[in-house]
Design a protein around this ligand. Structure first.
Ligand code: UDX
Length: 431
């Protein structure tokens, strides 16, 4: 099938490359000329494992191209995916202005073609947006649903760092369609995938995306709350969750306690769902607690460190790991941000190190010094907080910490093996 994709950010580009790899002809559209040029040269404007080589090949084989011309892309395809960003507004609700703009451009182009075309939203939008915002724009332009166009919602579940693999081998594919014809066109796109396909109505599809992320975030905050009790009574939350997770109704994944969740999805999506619930007159008690626990975890880590070190004022503290998780340079909503702010508020001198994310972090919290290596960060420090589960940190042993002026370590992600630590004072969340 010929498919156009509006928005070549993270979701759009991975979707485009994945669909082209599955044999479709893909045209990616973006308003940013430099991104378009880069894609046409086979160079991904974002960093994601395996993307570069695959994109280069697909561009060479003429299976994928990029353009700034929405009308032309839409006219030369049967389906258009809207993959533009839906950033958070000040109050936590989502800003759908890019979706609106894309819909208008698509509607204009479709009015000229006169051929049946399916418009499908992939951006994360609160339930009701596809039918309440996108469809009315199409109808106002003069298009008739079912006759001139079909409508769908096909959420993504891509994790950063393994996004391409998540796209090619998803746990499930969710297709929401306004009618049978829209559903069957979207189904056809995914016919070569082996994953189960859930075909449903549009609002259910929109809801599946939010509920998935909210439940995963809930698992993490739940584990974090349990970790606090474990710390008090001398149990180990990781051992507890190993035992709990063997219950097939529960499953072990996403029950790792630590300094909380960050990233571009969980915090934003939970906040948007909270906002949406309130707007609908539903009190989001659990979701509010999920955010509260998450906001407290980095502060709790700082408290634990202070407990070990005494007053933090004037002390040099190293934060190892600034990215929101390992294998990415992304610092969006990274727990290192509130952690550094809290340390600074208590008068500490903060030195951060990350194998990839240092540059991105530098704009986030002023007054955090950046080190070029673990050793540089640790040298002369009074305390160390481990924030990201980078592989590089797993192999750190006692001697690496001996360069500190007092070797006191708070492991926020359970990355170190403290067996054999003799001189290092070590504590971890949930034990
Ligand atoms: C997430 C979802 O997994 C993905 O399906 C969705 O489309 C986008 O959001 P991502 O943000 O890339 O993906 O990262 P993920 O690996 O899910 O981790 C999110 C955060 O939760 C990280 O900060 C991580 O450290 C934290 N986390 C994860 C925990 O604190 N404990 C866990 O057990 C798991």
């Amino acid at each position: 099938m010929n498919i156009s994709i509006i928005g070549t950010g993270y979701v759009g580009l991975v979707t485009g490359v994945g669909l082209a790899e599955k044999g479709h002809r893909v045209i990616c559209v973006d308003t940013d000329g430099s991104k378009v040029d880069s894609i046409n040269r086979g160079v991904p404007p974002i960093f994601e494992k395996d993307l570069e080589g695959m994109l280069e090949r697909l561009v060479k084989e003429e299976k994928l191209e990029a353009t700034m011309d929405t009308a032309n892309a839409v006219k030369n395809s049967q389906v258009t995916f809207i993959c533009v960003g839906t950033p958070s507004s000040e109050d936590g609700s989502i800003d759908t202005s890019y979706v609106e703009r894309a819909s208008q451009d698509i509607a204009e182009a479709l009015m000229e073609t006169g051929e049946y075309h399916v418009v499908c939203v992939k951006s994360t939008v609160v339930p009701g947006t596809t039918e309440g915002l996108v469809l009315p724009i199409m109808e106002e332009a003069g298009l008739e649903m079912g006759k001139d166009m079909g409508l769908g919602m096909n959420p993504e579940f891509l994790r950063e760092g393994v996004a391409l693999d998540d796209f090619m081998n998803p746990d499930r594919i969710v297709i929401g369609g306004a009618d049978d014809r829209s559903k069957s066109v979207l189904r056809e796109i995914y016919q070569d995938f082996e994953s189960p396909i859930v075909v449903t109505d549009i609002k259910t599809a929109e809801m599946i995306k939010y509920v998935s992320n909210a439940l995963l975030a809930t698992k993490i905050s739940f584990a974090n709350e349990m970790s606090r009790i474990c710390e008090k009574i001398g149990a180990d939350v990781y051992g507890v969750m190993d035992g709990v997770g063997l219950d097939s109704r529960i499953e072990r994944k996403f029950l790792n306690a630590g300094v909380g969740f960050g990233g571009s999805c969980f915090p934003k999506d939970v906040m948007a769902l909270i906002h949406f619930c309130r707007w609908q007159g539903v009190n989001p008690r659990i979701l509010e607690a999920v955010i509260k626990v998450n906001e407290h975890q980095p502060i709790h880590a700082v408290n634990m460190l202070e407990d070990m070190l005494g007053r933090l004022s004037g002390k040099r503290i190293a934060i190892l790991g600034l990215a929101f998780k390992a294998d990415t340079d992304d610092v969006r909503e990274s727990r290192a941000i509130p952690m550094a702010q809290e340390l600074l508020r208590r008068g500490a001198r903060v030195v951060g190190y990350d194998p990839m994310a240092g540059k991105n972090f530098s704009g986030e919290v002023s007054n955090v010094e950046l080190a070029g290596s673990v050793e540089e960060a640790l040298t002369g420090s009074h305390g160390c907080l481990i924030q990201t589960d980078w592989e590089e940190f797993r192999s750190l042993g006692e001697k690496d910490f001996m360069v500190m002026s007092t070797p006191v370590v708070l492991d926020g992600r359970r990355v170190l093996n403290p067996e054999g630590f003799d001189k290092v004072r070590y504590r971890t969340i949930g034990r």
